[in-house]
Design a protein around this ligand. Structure first.
Ligand code: NIG
Ligand code: FE
Length: 440
């Protein structure tokens, strides 16, 4: 526990967490996202301590070293100290795939599915993504921001400190921009970090039925340039699948995003196998769902990861969607991990397939259905989520220089985080070195 820096000015709050029974630092000597065996490496310190100053982590180590540190001793009065005895501390979850810009649950879809209809049948019969659009188009920007903020607060209370948030229920220029504005408004009122994504190509709006090319031109020529110019989005996403957008449309959208300086990501292989290999050249930060991937796709992603640690594509798995749709089938995480593809876990919070804000629940599903170990699931939901957002320089692990974003769980062993289901064991969150909850 050394390298502690002096306060740069008297307003820079310092926070010292001590006696953390298990501190999961997620530090690793490997560059890039965690792959293969390294995915299960949590960098665990028993009886750990973390010091942050001015929102950044300054030092990480054992409590006894922290308390013996000369800088900490001489500044003790200025440092807020929290005793985390008996608890587990880890990086705040990075939920790298969510759709919070909607106004209402889809209860008719829910009942139809219970009665036996599939996601695609429900969409064809008038439910699905397009049935959420009317509410979003009618909503005011501030009402929509209220819905987004309410979801962000629920996420924070369960240990999530960084969230990717997509538009995608407006499906015209005004309503997509309004959705991104609402995400930005909510983000400014929330302590964590929000990464906005334009998902104009989420579904073909009814008024463009049979005219995919025309709608894709609006996405490429109007939505992307406007969102980029106003810095409303950092990424552009496309739903590329059977019944959604084609590979050709996806490439058009990716090219337009690149032209306007935005990163790309996609929903892929959720309902059917789609070609992944032609998309790798666009350097997607993440390809998500991945229920139907082929050997060639896996080989291409694993090879790309081995070549360029800075430009890796993460496979983001969202098992709460499989669970909520009542599918017997889950993505083959073991095959991806064992082949060397970096895997992240995310909630996919949305009204159609995954109405959950809980990353611990997602971890639990990943352990039970994807056969990921608790350690792999935690790494996939923290450091690999940060890589999936290209934010790993500041998020996803507890190491000097990174943002002091932590979750403290009221459990004695990290494996309890996915073990206790349908309850919330998150005792507190720290965002940018500031204590957010008083549950301890
Ligand atoms: O990730 N598949 C595309 N998008 C969402 C579902 C959106 C919805 O049904 O409202 C997903 O599962
Ligand atoms: Fe999604």
């Amino acid at each position: 526990m050394t390298e502690a820096m002096p306060f740069r000015n008297k307003n820079e709050a310092a926070l010292l967490l001590i006696n953390i029974r298990q501190l999961l630092t997620l530090q690793s000597s490997e560059a890039g996202p965690r792959r293969g065996r390294d995915l299960g490496n949590l960098g665990l310190i028993e009886d750990g301590a973390v010091l942050s100053v001015g929102g950044k982590i300054v030092s990480v180590g054992k409590t006894k070293d922290a308390l013996g540190d000369s800088w900490i001793k001489s500044n003790r009065k200025k440092i807020r100290e929290i005793d985390c005895s008996g608890k587990v501390g880890l990086p705040g979850f990075v939920d790298s795939h969510t759709h919070p810009a909607f106004t209402a649950p889809r209860l008719a879809d829910f009942e139809q599915r219970i009665a036996g209809a599939t996601y695609e049948q429900i969409a064809e019969a008038g439910g699905g993504i397009r049935s959420t659009v009317e509410g979003v188009r009618k909503a005011t920007r501030s009402a929509l921001a209220g819905h987004v903020l309410s979801a962000l607060h629920k996420m924070l209370a369960q240990g999530t400190t960084t969230v990717e948030a997509k538009s995608g229920y407006g499906l015209n220029l005004d309503a997509e921009l309004k959705s991104l504005e609402a995400i930005g408004d909510a983000a400014r009122l929330w302590p964590g970090a929000v990464v906005p994504t334009l998902l104009g190509a989420h579904a073909l709006p009814r008024e463009y039925e049979g005219r995919e090319d025309k709608y894709v031109r609006i996405v490429c020529e109007e939505m992307i340039p406007r969102a980029a110019k106003r810095k409303l989005a950092r990424f552009v996403d496309v739903f590329c699948d059977r019944g959604a957008f084609s590979l050709a449309s996806t490439e058009h959208v990716f090219l337009a995003a690149r032209e306007h300086g935005l990163g790309v990501r996609a929903h892929l292989c959720q309902l059917s196998h789609c070609e992944i290999v032609p998309l790798v050249k666009y350097d997607p930060a993440s390809l998500d769902h991945m229920d139907y991937v082929g050997d060639d796709d896996i080989a291409a992603l694993a090879a790309q990861s081995a070549i360029s640690p800075a430009h890796q594509t993460v496979a983001t798995l969202v098992p709460a969607a499989n669970h909520f749709l009542g599918l017997g089938r889950f993505p083959d995480a073991r095959r991806l991990i064992d082949s060397g593809v970096p895997v992240a876990l995310a909630s996919d919070y949305n009204p159609g397939t995954s109405p959950t804000t809980s990353m611990p629940f997602v971890l639990s599903l990943a352990c039970t259905h994807l056969k990921m170990t608790p350690a792999e699931a935690i790494a996939a939901a923290t450091i690999n989520g940060a890589h999936a957002l290209r934010l790993a320089d500041c998020k996803g692990s507890i190491e000097p220089g990174k943002d002091a974003d932590l979750a403290i769980f009221d459990v004695a062993d990290y494996r309890e985080i996915p073990y206790w289901i349908a309850g919330n064991r998150c005792a507190a969150v720290i965002v940018a070195g500031a204590w957010q909850a008083a549950l301890m």
